[in-house]
Design a protein around this ligand. Structure first.
Ligand SMILES: *[C@@H]1O[C@H](CO)[C@@H](O)[C@H](O)[C@H]1NC(C)=O
Ligand SMILES: *[C@@H]1O[C@H](CO)[C@@H](O)[C@H](O)[C@H]1NC(C)=O
Ligand SMILES: *[C@@H]1O[C@H](CO)[C@@H](O)[C@H](O)[C@H]1NC(C)=O
Ligand SMILES: *[C@@H]1O[C@H](CO)[C@@H](O)[C@H](O)[C@H]1NC(C)=O
Length: 393
């Protein structure tokens, strides 16, 4: 069976965050909607833009991101930004500040964060933000109060002069918060910063219809038109939600986790990967959600292992979030001492194994310009197919 799949968009959001809210009529009565729902259209559009930016900058690479986390981390960072930097950040995330006041955005994320934290018991999910800043920087009380209130985030004093030690402190913090699933995030980083913002997600779900390990066999996996690799391919024959899309050149299935989680696996027709990626949008997902019907399917999904590093700076700049990384950056709401500017945007998915998905998104600020990058890695026992869209609803 030809599986021409190689990129992955991990989606972590809560009940209806994706599809239902996308259906909310524009200008609908905001008061009757949950606070986080107002965020959904912007977050979903931002997610697809970011994904497409990363694909276009690295067409041959696996891409695995959790865009909701990037949105959340950047929205939190906006609390520390002032003037044009702040406006640009929020608009770059897709928010129309005329229609949605800033307070409403942060309230939305606050609610979303809360939902993700308490989501149903069968889906284990931990999500959070933490800010590490050099002990020499005096944090504005209003900023620490805001990040605590809306993002349940804390600011931790760190000695960035002693980078190896600071590194250890951050790694231990994340490892602890993610129950050991995300470890040694900063191992390879060489550049000290004076402020590091970390967003982490740990997600664990169990397939509603588990794959039998006995059925996993080595099979060909078609990476692209010219590359074929042998991978352990999981197999099951079951009745699942299926669609042979009459509009786009692809087929897809929707697999459920126990509880409220769901993943889409998209199989583009041969050579049509780019067409499908270009068409990914809120409307497409919405249409798919409505059109899937139950069907007996022989399902082959590779146990994948992918690794790589991504630079978010270019992608974010292309999406209009440019000040952050330049001398124009205005972070006078974090600390009066400056200048602060973001030097790295790191997107990392350190663990996708078995039914685990864990990830971390990091934004760093420093007074010096250094090369930004983003990275993720996945252990080889990953259960997750690539070129999938996974969401939890
Ligand atoms: C940052 O923005 C604030 C509020 O708009 C402004 O008062 C301040 O002068 C700006 N700082 C810099 C360095 O541009
Ligand atoms: C923001 O919303 C206002 C009012 O609905 C609209 O007039 C304006 O064009 C919107 N701006 C953008 C950039 O979409
Ligand atoms: C799924 O989500 C709904 C609404 O958020 C919730 O009421 C329900 O308990 C969840 N299901 C499970 C199995 O936890
Ligand atoms: C890890 O978390 C536990 C409980 O939340 C806490 O008691 C402990 O001090 C933490 N350890 C580190 C290294 O942060």
């Amino acid at each position: 069976m030809p599986l021409a799949v190689y990129a992955c968009l991990l989606w972590l959001c809560t009940s209806g965050h994706w599809a239902v809210q996308a259906a909310d009529p524009p200008g609908g009565d905001i008061c009757t909607r949950s606070p986080h729902r107002g965020l959904a259209p912007a977050n979903v559009d931002f997610a697809f833009s970011l994904y497409r930016q990363l694909v276009s900058s690295a067409p041959d690479r696996n891409i695995c991101i959790s865009p909701v986390s990037v949105s959340m981390a950047l929205a939190m960072l906006s609390l520390g930004a002032s003037g044009h930097t702040r406006t640009q950040l929020l608009q770059g995330l897709g928010f129309n500040l005329t229609e949605m006041p800033e307070a409403e955005i942060h309230q939305g994320f606050q609610y979303l964060h809360h939902l993700l934290g308490e989501s149903d018991t069968s889906l284990e999910m931990t999500m959070g933000n933490a800010l590490f800043l050099d002990h020499s920087l005096e944090l504005l009380e209003s900023f620490s109060a805001d990040i605590r209130r809306y993002y349940e985030s804390e600011a931790l004093a760190t000695d960035f002069q002693d980078w190896p030690r600071a590194c250890r402190q951050i790694n231990e913090y994340i490892e602890n918060k993610t129950q050991g699933k995300i470890a040694d995030l900063f191992l390879g980083l060489e550049n000290p910063a004076i402020l590091i913002l970390v967003n982490y997600i740990f997600f664990k779900g169990t397939w509603a219809h588990p794959f039998d390990p006995q059925s996993t066999e080595e099979k060909s996996f078609y990476v692209d038109d010219t590359t074929t690799v042998m991978v352990p391919m999981m197999f099951q024959s079951s009745t699942v939600k299926y669609l042979h899309d009459p509009v786009l050149p692809c087929r897809l299935v929707q697999l459920d986790y126990v509880g409220n989680g769901t993943a889409f696996f998209i199989l583009p027709d041969k050579g049509k990967v780019d067409t499908v990626i270009a068409a990914l949008s809120r409307d497409t997902i919405q249409r798919w959600s409505k059109s899937l019907t139950y069907r007996l399917v022989h399902l082959y999904i590779p146990k994948a292992s992918i690794s790589g590093a991504y630079e978010l700076r270019g992608a974010l700049a292309a999406m209009g979030i440019a000040d952050l990384f330049t001398n124009q950056a205005n972070f006078s709401s974090i600390s009066q001492e400056g200048p602060l500017k973001v030097s790295k945007g790191i997107e990392s998915v350190p663990e996708v194994s078995g039914s685990f998905i864990g990830r971390v998104c990091t934004v760093m600020a420093s007074t010096q310009a250094v090369r930004p990058f983003a990275g993720f890695r996945m252990p080889s026992n990953s259960d997750h197919n690539q070129r999938c869209i996974s969401k939890t609803t």
